[in-house]
Ligand binder design. Structure first.
Ligand code: FMN
Length: 374
């Protein structure tokens, strides 16, 4: 009923809110025997952690994760592995300043979830957005790190491809560049221009939106369940479930509407490895809701950060009209920190479908098939 859990076989339940003592998650369904320590999880959390450049919030959240359950060090191998029981992960909240929010405790910040939560629950946790805060996404990232270990050969990477109205030049895309700038931007030239742009936005106390692209390679063909458990449907749901996300595309996405049938169909030939070779990937690696073995490609758009310094018209809990200006420490572009979150959601969905495929089908059929009587 309360929907704090996602996934079927790889099942993640998160708990906690922005200004509580801790946030955490329980990952249930992870197979046993997978080596897992905090060191496997922490690097992904470090990518999402704020305060790493002047372009993200200056809140200092070290986000040090602890594994509370679900692992055991086998004496014979001295390796800490998953036991197949629920993996509980915990992160202490250490940099909350609830008083930043006391001036607006009865007002709804436009663009935030305050009004919608209050009208539904009648309880207004005004401290940093409560459960609606993107603090919760740290646990998605932690769960994603576990998910990545489940599918052999899976490589999920993300990049910021548009900030505000400024797009990258895809011809200059370099994955190596993504780690070289504070934006996870694959185009070095665009990243330089974005620095100037975002500095100006930040100094105005304003904000901009962004588009993020996630590419998952090594996704085996055959994942996804027609017709209500489609891989692309679940990816869209998972990405749309991230704070501030207002749009999701798979493959060519909305641009597919402008293509002709000839342009859009991903033609097939046989590759030297005995597997089909697609001549393009407008489908984003999914046909009929099932992975084809091509890279799975998803894109999502995040809105500009709602917390800005310019006063905005709003109302309070008691039905009076007010003007709200948000103080506190905020990201001028939440899209930057959304990159590792998007990667994690895609990894979780793929791990879930991988385990579902193993559960229902076991070994995939040997393709190509032999003609009968041939
Ligand atoms: C990584 C990340 C950080 C965020 N930080 C902020 C923030 O500092 N200030 C803000 O107004 N919104 C922030 N948001 C967005 C809000 O959490 C979100 O807009 C709000 O909860 C309302 O939900 P909705 O936009 O999904 O409808 C952030 C989102 C993400 C993904």
């Amino acid at each position: 009923m309360s929907f704090n859990t996602f996934g079927h076989m790889f099942r993640v339940t998160t708990f906690g809110e922005s200004h509580g003592p801790a946030i955490g998650c329980v990952v249930d369904g992870c197979p046993p025997g997978i080596p897992l320590t905090e060191a496997d999880i922490q690097p992904y959390l470090d990518k999402r952690r704020p305060g790493q450049s002047r372009f993200t919030t200056q809140r200092q959240e070290p986000d040090a994760v602890r594994i509370i359950s679900g692992v055991f060090t086998d004496e014979r191998t001295a390796v800490q592995v998953t036991t197949g029981t629920p993996i509980a992960l915990l992160i202490d909240n250490v940099d909350q300043r609830s008083k930043d929010y006391s001036a607006i405790k009865d007002s709804y910040r436009p663009g935030h979830a305050g009004y919608a939560y209050d009208v539904k629950y009648g309880v207004h946790d005004y401290r940093g957005g409560g459960r609606a805060s993107a603090r919760e996404t740290a646990m998605r990232v932690a769960a994603g790190a576990v998910a990545r270990k489940i599918v052999p050969g899976l490589n999920v990477r993300g990049a910021l491809i548009q900030m505000g109205s400024h797009k990258i030049d895809r011809a200059r895309w370099s994955w190596d560049e993504v780690g070289n700038n504070p934006f996870f931007c694959p185009d070095a030239q665009a990243a330089k221009a974005w620095e100037v742009e975002l500095d100006a936005v930040r100094k105005r106390g304003s904000s901009v939106g962004a588009v993020i692209e996630i590419v998952a390679e090594g996704v085996p063909a055959g994942l996804g369940s027609p017709v209500y458990g489609k891989l692309d449907g679940d990816l869209a749901g998972a990405l749309m479930g991230v704070n501030a996300v207002k749009g999701v595309e798979i493959g060519a996405g909305f641009a597919a509407a402008e293509l002709s049938g000839e342009q859009n169909a991903d033609e097939m030939r046989m590759g030297n490895d005995g597997k089909p070779r697609f001549l393009s990937n407008n489908a984003g690696g999914v046909l009929g809701g099932i992975s084809t073995g091509q890279a799975v490609i998803a894109r999502f758009a995040v809105k500009p950060t709602s917390s800005i310094l310019t006063p905005r018209k709003s109302v309070d809990r008691y039905g009076s009209e007010v003007d709200v200006m948000t103080k506190g420490r905020h990201d001028p572009c939440v899209g930057i920190r959304a990159v590792p979150i998007g990667e994690a959601m895609v990894a979780c969905v793929i791990a879930d479908h991988y385990l579902r495929q193993r559960g229902q089908v076991g070994e995939s059929p040997a393709w190509p098939f032999k003609k009968s009587g041939g």
